[in-house]
Design a protein around this ligand. Structure first.
Ligand SMILES: [Zn+2]
Ligand SMILES: [Zn+2]
Length: 470
């Protein structure tokens, strides 16, 4: 049975902005999608002639944005006809704009999440940085209190909540100052009796939406949680939440570049989709929200880096290096605060893509430290590579700006991109004679040429001393 949400004749369907994914147990019709050519893509961005130099640069596609690709057989664009929406068409559509009194995005957790305090705090922070708006997180509401219709899904045998019904209940709870209210839940959702499930649904005009993260959880599919499960869940949830809220700002699916506003048909396609907006969609969001593009990029970069979403952070870092405030942007994106890392040099960035990342996770024992002779000082680092070329990563001791002689240290294999993002490298060094070290330098070097790619410097205070014999 063919399903097309736009043909449903209920009023809700007319108002509904079709969100993300509807998986149905019928054969979807195959659609032939031809990616727009460069001329069409540039035209979709619209004329930037009258904009400031900074904005012109921000909406220039350059090398950071890739054209949309031909869809794979089960991708969104292979099954859904999308006409696309240029910046000019968006402006003419008179999108909703936040304004007094409706100035907050509200998130309402429906039911429990694993480790919810941290997860929800991250979602809240992310949403506010992405949309440059204040976000209010409401206390967790027991789904039972909402008294919504539910059923057991015939395929998964799991409980599902009816999303239409949830939206009706959310409307009753819409705060007077809410630009929009989003229910978020780990319960699976469905919409119509003959639909398998939906990831989410939002009523564009009525400012309410509900999104489920249930299918982002491997245990939903009977699989084990992987060790970096929380990061995967956060990465998927951020991408989905921003996509859905993007619809609530009137943005339609993007067909021009690889973009957070591309329609996605499955979890697998969601995982492939980017976390950032293309120039067309960025310009749309900027039209309603008037943010500082570089500040927004910087904030998101910090967020991704802090939460260990290095794939996302890598793109934002790369993008920042191409924008006018390059120097300022990069000097403030260097390293972790805890270790007062100084980004001494990025001089060989030109040799490689500048999306490579290196960060110091911890230094143990922490400063000030007194170590026995032969005891190791561990510098735990994490990295993300933007290209397939291997790198070497070293931590070395310094005293008064010179390398401290006589150390023994870890060796470095050639680290490659394939390594899991969550893998932490233990770089260590030690001394067999008394020494004092006031700085650790962690270097990422090109595996072939030995050229420095990133150098981080951490101030420490560590002394190796001979133990007094009894
Ligand atoms: Zn969508
Ligand atoms: Zn886009």
């Amino acid at each position: 049975m063919k399903k097309n949400v736009f043909s449903l004749n209920s009023t809700i369907a007319v108002l509904a902005l079709f969100v993300l994914l509807i998986a149905v147990h019928g054969q979807a019709e195959k659609v032939k999608f031809i990616p727009p050519n460069e001329e069409a893509r540039i035209k979709a961005i619209g004329s930037t002639e009258k904009l400031s130099e900074e904005l012109k640069k921000a909406f220039e596609p350059g090398k950071n944005f890739k054209p949309i690709r031909r869809p794979r057989p089960d991708d969104w664009l292979a099954e859904h006809k999308e006409r696309g929406e240029t910046y000019d068409q968006y402006m003419r559509s008179m999108p909703n704009v936040p304004g007094l009194p409706r100035i907050y995005i509200y998130l309402l957790p429906l039911g429990r999440f694993g480790n919810e305090k941290e997860f929800l705090a991250n979602l809240k922070e992310f949403t506010s940085l992405y949309f440059c708006m204040e976000v209010k997180l409401l206390p967790v509401l027991d789904v039972k209190e909402l008294k919504v219709r539910s059923r057991t899904n015939a395929y998964t045998k799991k409980r599902q909540l009816n999303c239409n019904n949830i939206l009706v209940k959310l409307k009753e709870r819409l705060p007077a100052d809410a630009y929009c209210l989003l229910g978020i839940t780990m319960s699976d959702l469905y919409r119509e009796p003959d639909w398998n499930y939906v990831f989410g649904w939002a009523l564009y005009k009525k400012r309410v939406g509900v999104f489920s993260f249930a299918r982002f959880d491997p245990t939903f599919w009977g699989k084990q949680w992987e060790k970096d499960y929380e990061k995967i869940l956060l990465s998927r949830s951020c991408r989905m939440l921003s996509h859905e809220i993007g619809h609530m700002f009137g943005m339609q699916h993007c067909i021009y570049y690889r973009c957070n506003m591309n329609g996605v048909n499955s979890l697998e396609e969601n995982d492939r989709s980017p976390a950032y907006l293309c120039p067309v969609c960025l310009r749309k969001l900027h039209y309603v929200l008037h943010f500082d593009v570089i500040d927004r990029y910087k904030n998101l970069y910090f967020f991704y880096r802090k939460t260990g979403l290095l794939r996302e952070a890598s793109w934002f870092k790369k993008r920042l290096t191409t924008l006018p405030e390059d120097e300022k942007a990069l000097s403030s994106v260097a390293g972790t605060e805890e270790h007062k890392v100084l980004n001494k040099t990025n001089k060989h960035d030109a040799l490689r893509s500048s999306g490579d990342l290196l960060e110091v996770v911890s230094i143990e024992p922490s400063s000030p430290a007194v170590l026995d002779l032969g005891q190791k000082l561990h510098v735990k680092v994490r990295y993300y590579l933007d290209t397939a070329e291997p790198v070497k990563i070293w931590a070395r001791p310094y005293t008064h700006d010179s390398i401290t002689r006589g150390y023994g240290a870890h060796g470095s294999p050639g680290y490659r991109k394939e390594i899991r993002e969550s893998d932490i490298i233990d770089c260590w060094f030690r001394f067999n004679s008394p020494k004092e070290v006031d700085e650790v330098s962690v270097k990422m070097c090109d595996g072939k040429t030995g050229n420095e790619i990133i150098v981080l410097s951490c101030k420490i205070n560590a002394r190796w001393v001979r133990q007094k014999s009894e």
